[in-house]
Write a protein that binds this ligand. Structure first.
Ligand code: F6P
Length: 246
């Protein structure tokens, strides 16, 4: 595992964008796993800049997003489908058919989940999966006490996640209570993983994830067992680990 500590959010975002762009430049047909939430917004901004400056070309890339609220329509400005258009897809040249996000208004959730994992498999698996982390250790929407063996599935959001994500909604009651998320197995099958975190609110969980017990109680702790993980954290999120990694 490589741990990169940056001075601030902007530097974290630049570093992450450079790593994603390098993946695409080395393998133009890369399959990227993408995350939403507040953390990767800066990284997407940097990637858009790099694309505009001809430093990276996404024309052969395939993308799979980690998760989507359920139920939600993709025209809802709080859907992750909307978020991805807004922050990345409308600004770059990924082919329309090559972007995948779980369908938040499917009538057949089981088929949607099965089909999603199948599509990842058919694409050759994820080359690089970008992750954020919840303050409770969730990755994707895999909340504490999840089973590590799960593929893409429907999840019920923890109250802590609902409260954390309420900042994006007008009212807390508007936050959907469920989501469709890649499972821990889906995430762990990615060839490489890039996890980002910034700010003091993530400091404790970053320490637990890296140096605590590997347990379903802290879903991200399983990443200790993945052979190729890069963690990019700013100083604030790294405050409890900085002395342990030097
Ligand atoms: O980046 P944020 O907004 O802190 O969110 C952290 C994590 O929570 C989620 O938004 C889901 O709640 C993930 O998509 C993200 O990785």
């Amino acid at each position: 595992m490589r741990i990169i500590i940056t001075d601030n959010y902007q530097e974290m975002s630049k570093k992450a964008a450079t790593l994603v762009a390098s993946q695409v430049n080395i393998k133009p047909g890369s399959v990227l796993g993408l995350a939403t939430g507040g953390t990767p917004v800066g990284m997407y901004k940097e990637l858009v800049k790099m694309y505009q400056d001809d430093e990276v070309d996404f024309s052969e890339v395939t993308t799979f997003n980690l998760d989507e609220y359920y139920p939600i329509d993709q025209t809802n400005d709080q859907s992750y489908a909307y978020y991805m258009q807004e922050h990345l897809f409308q600004h770059i040249n990924v082919a329309k058919d090559s972007m995948h996000i779980p369908n938040g208004k499917t009538k057949d959730v089981d088929q949607e989940c099965y089909g999603y994992d199948q599509a990842i498999y058919n694409a050759g698996g994820i080359d690089l999966q970008v992750l954020g982390i919840g303050t409770n250790g969730h990755i994707g929407f895999n909340e504490p006490d999840i089973t590590f063996e799960s593929g893409t599935h429907k999840v019920t959001l923890d109250q802590e996640t609902i409260e954390a994500n309420a900042r994006f909604f007008d009212r807390i009651d508007d936050v959907p209570k469920e989501a469709i998320s890649m499972g821990m197995k889906t995430i762990m099958q990615s060839k490489k993983i890039l996890l980002l975190a910034n700010g003091e609110s993530k400091a404790q969980i970053i320490d637990k994830m890296l140096f605590g017990e590997i347990s379903p109680n802290v879903p991200a702790s399983i990443l200790q067992l993945h052979p190729h993980v890069i963690i990019v954290v700013d100083k604030e999120a790294a405050q409890y680990i900085e002395h342990k990694v030097k």
